[in-house]
Design a protein around this ligand. Structure first.
Ligand code: S3P
Length: 180
């Protein structure tokens, strides 16, 4: 089967949404954010789901959202940072698309997540954010690496340049169509 989605994975603050927007515009594809699908399905914000229902309930909603979106085509899928925690998500994303890992240094991640308005419960749970980023990265790095077909750093690179690099790298990726 020819793959016709691109899934962007990576830690919080690695630019999945802003790069996704650029990439979708270049390809003429739709940008779909799993967090937005989850909020719509739950009728509340991500922060509200974590607070009222807990992380496990959030992860179940995330599995359902990924299942739904992976069945579509011609989409850039910006995934939540924890999508790699359930291997079924990665299996589904790989079935219909290429999986692109975005990376950034811990310092850059801290700077970006502190600056933007999105509330990320895993970095706002009373812990020192630097320690939380360190620990979560430690735990997740092998999962990100294992899931990725290609990896692109977003350190000191604008989102449009990252989008160009992704397209360059994916041109040689067999089985993926970048046509509209
Ligand atoms: C999470 C990342 C968030 C969101 C939720 C959990 C994670 O998405 O899905 O707060 O576990 O890393 P972003 O990566 O878009 O911030």
């Amino acid at each position: 089967m020819v793959k016709s989605n691109i899934a962007l994975i990576g830690f919080m603050g690695t630019g999945k949404t802003s790069v996704g927007r650029e990439l979708a515009a270049r390809l003429g594809w739709k940008l779909v954010e799993t967090d937005a699908l989850i909020e719509k399905a739950a009728g509340k914000t991500i922060a509200g789901i974590f607070r009222e229902d807990g992380e496990i309930a959030f992860r179940e909603l995330e599995i359902a959202a990924v299942k739904r979106v992976a069945a579509g085509e011609l989409q850039v899928i910006a995934c939540g940072g924890g999508v790699v925690l359930n291997s079924i998500n990665i299996a589904r994303l790989q079935e219909t698309g290429a999986v692109v890992l975005l990376t950034a240094s811990p310092a850059e991640i801290l700077k970006r997540t502190a600056a933007d308005s999105v509330i990320r419960p895993l970095l706002r749970n009373g812990r020192d954010p630097a320690a939380a980023v360190h620990d979560l990265l430690q735990l997740r790095s092998p999962l990100y690496r294992r899931a990725a077909d290609v990896t692109v750093s977003t350190n000191r690179v604008t989102a449009d340049k990252v989008a160009d690099r992704i397209i360059e790298k994916l041109k040689g990726y067999e089985g993926l169509s970048l046509e509209k």
